[in-house]
Design a binder for this molecule. Sequence first.
Ligand code: DX5
Ligand code: ZN
Length: 216
Amino acid sequence: MNTPVVAPSLLAADHGAFAQGVRAVEEAGLTWLHLDIMDGHFVPNISFGPQVVADLRPLTRLHFDVHLMLSHPDRYVAAFAKAGAERLTVHVEAEHDMAKTLAAIRSAGLKAGIAMNPDADPRRVLPFLDDVDLVLCMTVFPGFGGQSFMPSVLPSLRLIAAERTRLGLDFRLEVDGGINAETGRLCRDAGADTLVAGTAFFKAPDRPAFVRALTA
Ligand code: DX5
Ligand code: ZN
């Protein structure tokens, strides 16, 4: 069993003061930071790129969990590796050769993740389970923070968690989108161990208490 991890998404922080957002994550006693990279093509929004990741790298020892919402994630593996990402997650819906991209991520020395949208057939990730360190089940359609959690994803989580047990694997099972204390509990019960939280983390009146609720 993986220990539960909360990974706040910097997307929900003040984009004019990312360093303060990073500090807030450290002050809550956390060790991961989720970085949402959007290209305005794979998703309708644009966030930030490798230069922001590189400039944040010397400020913190937080684990940089980078979620690539890009049509061509394979073209940016080297740039994010150089910027200091430690984990790169790429979508099944993007235009690339998944096996090759996962291999490129690992040969750059990073942990590799595979992501899918809420409407994806979870069986699409099964052929890659041996080759990943993380499976990300999006619990909203990617592109924007602050959306409502989609409980329809829970059966996918259960299926992937069951396969993980059956195959004796230990990849992390991550959820992202609309995660708060209540929806986080549903995901944990379905097998998720890695919880991305943007809005709910940055808006929490007592962030350490919020984290305790998610990891209890
Ligand atoms: C959505 C992003 C998420 C998002 C989560 O496209 O991948 O990481 O920031 O934000 P909340 O927690 O606000 O739903
Ligand atoms: Zn994300």
